[in-house]
Design a protein around this ligand. Structure first.
Ligand SMILES: Cc1cc2nc3c(=O)[nH]c(=O)nc-3n(C[C@H](O)[C@H](O)[C@H](O)COP(=O)(O)OP(=O)(O)OC[C@H]3O[C@@H](n4cnc5c(N)ncnc54)[C@H](O)[C@@H]3O)c2cc1C
Length: 406
């Protein structure tokens, strides 16, 4: 099955594009993967996602990716909610409560860059995946029989690739989505989020590997990463009116870290970056032979670590359906079920949960803050409630709900 009439062209070798290519190969479908970054600069990407939830680990396991990345990250069964005043720990959740729900009762803290490094090697070694690095996709056309994608090589040469379907895994700026005139509905937060990476052991203060810290003026998230070098990443909100150069100046980064956790010695700051957070979902995930998956279909705040995870879930859902259609086991209308299932989950689970997460951390009203914190405490202390909570945060509930959508 390798002629262009049943090949899938995938735009973007991020985690979603590569997982889609590897799962399709496993199902016997040939793919062409187009990626603008080259072999020489593929790993020069800013730090991003890295919390991999149990439901996603099950998928990595299915394509043989889990065993290759496990040693490059670490298992984190616990996560905490804190109040910055004090600071005081509000609640501790333990994924071990999911021991009967999943083979992976923990999250794997393993940075996106490591996942795509390994997944790219796997795709390049896979005969059914034809990976083209240094190839910038510029547009496509579709007919009743197939698609033709156009791309530009580093030397300016224009090349074309044919396939039965095209899947946009190019991230939030998807050219496919724009070309199809699919609206990206939602909003953008006015305040950008600042990431500061530091070499400092926050465990000495009682923090877990993942912490969500509420504060009426400066909420934050605190995560540990394996590196090397081992590092902690702190996310802070920023004033929309402040100059980005000022926000990321060394003096300002140190001031923020000292405000967060005073230290008698200066922090060893390893890096920082500032990013804009959007909450958006494409109006449709399919138009004819073109489909959207991952960030090209939906984007959300990273609080809760759902972007990469829900994108990988799109890839696995879509791979099953494309394979069934291309092997003649189902008609094309099955692809609309992908749209119904994954778009519903994007709106009802991912968007709703991430918007709630941010509200919870940033809540200003003292009475509401107290109520929220009491509820978190009660949930964490009751094993049945805590298990339901973890099923939701680990995205296992979202997969079960998607399976119910006809
Ligand atoms: C600071 C930050 C922290 C985050 N933390 C988390 C987290 O902890 N957990 C989580 O789940 N999510 C997190 N996210 C979100 C997560 O990074 C994304 O949801 C995820 O990377 C999306 O994967 P993707 O494959 O859809 O797109 P991307 O990872 O954006 O990959 C898209 C790929 O397409 C390529 N591409 C783009 N345009 C073209 C073109 N024209 N031609 C060819 N190739 C192209 C790009 O080079 C890239 O390789 C975070 C995001 C940010 C910004």
């Amino acid at each position: 099955m390798s002629s262009n009439s049943n090949r899938v062209v995938i735009v973007g070798a991020g985690p979603v594009g590569l997982c889609l290519a590897l799962r399709l190969a496993q199902l016997g479908v040939a793919t062409t993967v187009l990626e603008s970054l080259g072999q020489d600069n593929f790993l020069d990407q800013v730090p991003r996602a890295g919390t991999n939830h149990p439901a996603t680990l099950e998928m990595y396991d299915q394509i043989g990716l889990y065993e290759k990345i496990e040693g490059r990250g670490f298992r984190a069964p616990l996560f905490h909610y804190w109040d910055r005043g004090g600071p005081t720990m509000i609640a501790e959740f333990d994924h071990s409560l999911l021991v009967n729900d999943t083979k992976f009762p923990f999250v794997l803290q393993c940075e996106r860059i490591k996942i795509i490094e390994v997944a790219l090697e796997m795709a390049q070694a896979e005969p059914l995946c034809d990976v083209h690095l240094g190839t910038t996709f510029t547009g496509f056309s579709q007919t009743a029989d197939g698609i033709v994608a156009t791309a530009e090589l580093a030397d300016g040469e224009i090349v074309t690739f044919e396939g039965a379907y095209i899947v946009s895994c190019e991230g939030a700026r998807s050219i496919v989505r724009k070309q199809l005139d699919i609206e990206f509905e939602g909003f953008t937060y006015p305040d950008r989020t600042l990431n500061i990476e530091v070499a400092y052991d926050f465990k000495q203060h009682g923090y877990a590997d993942r912490n969500y810290i509420s504060d009426p003026t400066e909420w934050s998230n605190l995560f540990r990463w394996a590196g090397p070098p081992e590092r902690w990443r702190v996310h802070f909100p920023t004033d929309p009116d402040e100059d980005p150069d000022f926000i990321t100046s060394p003096a300002e980064l140190h001031r923020r870290m000292q405000g967060f956790m005073p230290s008698s010695t200066p922090y060893d700051i390893l890096g920082s970056n500032l990013y804009t957070v959007h909450q958006r979902v494409a109006q449709s995930f399919r138009k004819g032979r073109a489909l959207l998956a991952g960030d090209s279909a939906h984007v959300n705040s990273p609080i809760g670590g759902m972007g990469l995870n829900s994108g990988v879930h799109d890839a696995f859902n879509l791979a099953e359906k494309l394979s069934a259609v291309l092997h003649g086991q189902a008609d094309e209308s099955l692809l609309d079920r992908y749209d119904r299932q994954r778009r519903t989950i994007a709106v009802k689970h991912t968007q709703a949960q991430t918007i709630r997460n941010k509200k919870l951390l940033a809540e200003k009203d003292p009475e509401t803050r107290r109520k929220n914190q009491d509820e978190l405490r009660r949930t964490a202390e009751d094993p049945a409630l805590a298990r339901q909570f973890l099923l939701r945060t680990s995205l296992l509930t979202s997969l079960r709900d998607a399976a119910e959508i006809a």
